[in-house]
Design a protein around this ligand. Structure first.
Ligand SMILES: Cc1cc2nc3c(=O)[nH]c(=O)nc-3n(C[C@H](O)[C@H](O)[C@H](O)COP(=O)(O)OP(=O)(O)OC[C@H]3O[C@@H](n4cnc5c(N)ncnc54)[C@H](O)[C@@H]3O)c2cc1C
Length: 310
């Protein structure tokens, strides 16, 4: 039943008609507020300022994907350049996380790479531009582009998804570059031919990949690791692993999504780990919101509560 619900929500995330119509309903808009501070940059900056004040790191992402013209991709790039200026003006340390299809990957790899380079060059050297991982058909292009960028810049990172069967090999191929890797479980609807179907297998792969990322050899090679999960069991296993390796808060970072497991985000920071929050904002939130509902179908209950509550 939960699997069917997940499938239906991920199908809805790809449906343009629903995106245009459902997003207009007040109860849907109201439900999404739990996961994002607002649609404007100012909302994201205010949330980042409050979270950094509580000892958490922040990462900002402007919602959107699959633009269809070069002008749109350039406008998104311009928006992110402005965001970087606003982050600096507000005295914040927020990093950015971007989707390559939002920066023109479907149109031209060269155009997309040029857009990402503008962001990398505009960010301070210690601030990483994170590249999200999208559905499996984009993995090759994303990793090719990442490799090109990593050869030229140190402040660029990429997301890897533990649900993909290929990820262990992808990680092994990237490690010699000293990459910055954000490890997630994966949020898209994928076929059993490319992704683990059982949650237990995804979780074990996540732990095995974390072990590789946090190993002495990887750290000596300059790998920077972000563990991006809300899974308390995995977080506790990774904390135990890290303590066993004598790691400290400086060695890696936990990051979660805005509005999810806030108490755990703060607990990790209190216990001396680096703990961060990814803050999404913007008007193009429908597909992203459907993926958040699919991660925990119980969230659909909040939507229904908002519908009944008006
Ligand atoms: C910082 C960050 C960046 C990400 N970037 C990407 C990316 O680039 N590409 C990509 O494919 N995916 C990305 N994701 C999403 C990720 O792939 C998962 O879909 C998402 O994190 C849920 O998986 P989980 O690891 O939390 O584990 P799960 O097993 O799904 O969840 C563990 C527990 O966390 C809580 N939880 C999880 N999700 C929710 C939710 N939506 N609402 C309420 N509670 C929830 C529940 O208590 C659940 O039992 C990112 C996630 C994070 C945190």
């Amino acid at each position: 039943m939960a699997g069917m619900m997940r499938g239906a929500l991920l199908w809805a995330s790809q449906n343009n008609w629903l995106r245009e119509h459902a997003a207009r309903y007040k109860f849907v808009r109201h439900s999404v507020e739990r996961f994002m501070p607002g649609e404007q940059i100012a909302d994201a900056i205010a949330a980042a300022s409050s979270l950094e004040g509580r000892g958490l790191d922040t990462v900002l992402t402007h919602l959107g994907e699959n633009v269809s013209t070069a002008a749109e991709a350039e406008s998104v790039t311009g928006h992110y350049l402005d965001t970087l200026s606003q982050v600096r003006a507000a005295g914040l340390k927020s990093e950015l996380s971007v989707k390559l299809t939002h920066l023109g990957l479907d149109l031209s790899h060269e155009l997309c790479q040029a857009n990402v380079e503008k962001l990398i060059q505009a960010a301070v050297a210690s601030s990483i531009i994170w590249i999200d991982m999208e559905s499996s058909s984009y993995v090759d292009a994303t990793l090719d582009l990442y490799r090109n960028l990593r050869k030229k810049y140190s402040n660029v990172g990429v997301c890897l998804q533990a649900y993909l069967l290929r990820t262990a090999e992808d990680l092994a191929a990237l490690l010699p570059m000293g990459p910055a890797i954000r490890l997630v479980k994966g949020a898209y609807l994928e076929a059993a031919s490319v992704a683990f179907a059982r949650k237990a297998d995804v979780d074990e792969n996540f732990f095995a990949l974390s072990t590789k990322l946090l190993s002495k050899e990887a750290r000596a090679g300059g790998v920077r690791t972000v563990i991006a999960t809300h899974d308390l069991n995995l977080i506790h296993r990774i904390e135990t692993l890290a303590r066993g390796e004598n790691l400290t808060g400086a060695d890696f970072q936990f990051v979660m999504l805005y509005g999810i497991q806030r108490a755990e985000q703060l607990r990790l920071a209190r216990d001396g780990w680096r703990s961060g929050v990814l803050i999404s904002y913007g008007t193009f939130w429908f597909p992203w919101y459907m993926r958040r509902l699919a991660e925990r179908p119980a969230n659909v209950g909040f939507v229904i509560k908002n519908l009944l509550g008006g």
